[in-house]
Structures are given as structure tokens and as C-alpha cells.
Ligand binder design. Structure first.
Ligand code: IMP
Ligand code: MG
Length: 182
């Protein structure tokens, strides 16, 4: 059994991801010149993007991690967001960049932004690898977007379905037969 056989179509190859992440890194490097941003990765989906993005930024940066859950094992947001693991450090007075894998309904980030703002960072911006604007139900937009994609369930490069497929080196559309059980 191969993880590749459950993929209907490759959306972004390893090379396309690499090139786009480098561009985002250059843009952040330019925008934050003279500052020391703190990158907050939203686990688990953004771990690979985070690793590549931080290496594409040539500034002093710090990193921290937060885990939230909103999906259970399904493909549609439940709307219920829960902090599973909190940040290790204080963010007060910091220039935060929240690093997400995908902005979908917006539920997760809408809730997280509330939690983070209350801790009084100097600034907060959102950097998401993928954006599905068609599905947005909360008023939230990202400051940095890797790719804007149509409404399809995608996996790979950190993104999962039921905790699997994160290790695919590319981003692909999952065959609906994988999650449509009769
Ligand atoms: P939101 O709260 O609906 O914006 O969903 C955000 C989270 O749902 C993301 O961080 C992902 O973990 C997950 N998610 C949304 N769409 C997809 C997808 O197409 N593939 C994998 N995970 C997704
Ligand atoms: Mg996520």
C-alpha cells in the first residue's frame, strides 16, 4: 500500500512549494527588517511549512508552537476550537506571525486571534500556506498567503486527513472515496 495511491491529483509539486515558500520568506524578511518576529506555528498541520519558512527568513526570529483542534477526524470544521497545547513563552510586546497550514472556514484562527490579542503582542500578522476563501464563515484574512485554492480537501506537506498523509512531499487532492463511506 502506498500513500500516493489515495491522491486524485497533485496540486503543488515539491518544487512549486519550495519556490513559493522562499518568496514568502523574502517578503517577510523585507517587511520585518530591523525587527525580530516571533513565529507561532499552529500545530500540527503547519510543522513542515514552518520549518521551511523559518529557514527562508534571514532575520533573527524566535519560534513557538501552539496546538488547537477543531476537526475531529472529519473534513468539515466542527466550529468548536480547543487549545491542546499552549505557547511556551510570553508574547507580550512581540511582533507575532501566526503560521497556519490552511485557512478554511476561519474558525480556528478567529478564535486563536482573540486568545493571542488578549496577551498584548505589539503586532500580529497571519501567514498561511493555503487559503480557501470560498469557504470562509468568519471575517478573517491572512496577511501572507502561499496559494489561494478552490474548495477541495487537500493533504500533504503537513496537511492531514485523519492524521495521515502529512508526510507527502507535495500537496494533493485526496480521492473522495477515502472519506466517503457508504
Ligand atoms: P478552519 O478553522 O475551518 O479555518 O480550518 C482550519 C484547519 O482545518 C486547518 O488548520 C487544517 O488543519 C484543517 N483543514 C481545513 N481544510 C483542510 C484541507 O483541505 N485539508 C487538510 N486540513 C484542512
Ligand atoms: Mg491546522
Amino acid at each position: 500500500m502506498s500513500i500516493h495511491q489515495d491522491i486524485e491529483q497533485v496540486l503543488y509539486t515539491e518544487e512549486e512549494l519550495r519556490r513559493r515558500v522562499k518568496e514568502l520568506g523574502r517578503q517577510i524578511t523585507a517587511d520585518y527588517a530591523g525587527r525580530e518576529p516571533m513565529l507561532v506555528s499552529v500545530l500540527r498541520g503547519s510543522y513542515i511549512f514552518m520549518a521551511d519558512l523559518t529557514r527562508a527568513i534571514s532575520l533573527d526570529v524566535t519560534v513557538d508552537f501552539m496546538a488547537v483542534s477543531s476537526y475531529g477526524a472529519g473534513t468539515v470544521s466542527s466550529g468548536q476550537v480547543e487549545i491542546k497545547k499552549d505557547l511556551s513563552d510570553s508574547i507580550e510586546g512581540k511582533d507575532l506571525i501566526v503560521v497556519e497550514d490552511i485557512l478554511d472556514s476561519g474558525n480556528t484562527l478567529y478564535y486563536m486571534m482573540d486568545v493571542l490579542r488578549a496577551r498584548q503582542p505589539a503586532s500580529i500578522r497571519i501567514c498561511t500556506l493555503m487559503d480557501k476563501p470560498e469557504r470562509r464563515t468568519k471575517p478573517i484574512t491572512a496577511d501572507y498567503v502561499g496559494f489561494t485554492i478552490p474548495d477541495a480537501f487537500i493533504v500533504g506537506y503537513g496537511l492531514d486527513y485523519a492524521e495521515k498523509y502529512r508526510n507527502l512531499p507535495y500537496v494533493g487532492v485526496l480521492k473522495p472515496s477515502v472519506y466517503d463511506h457508504k
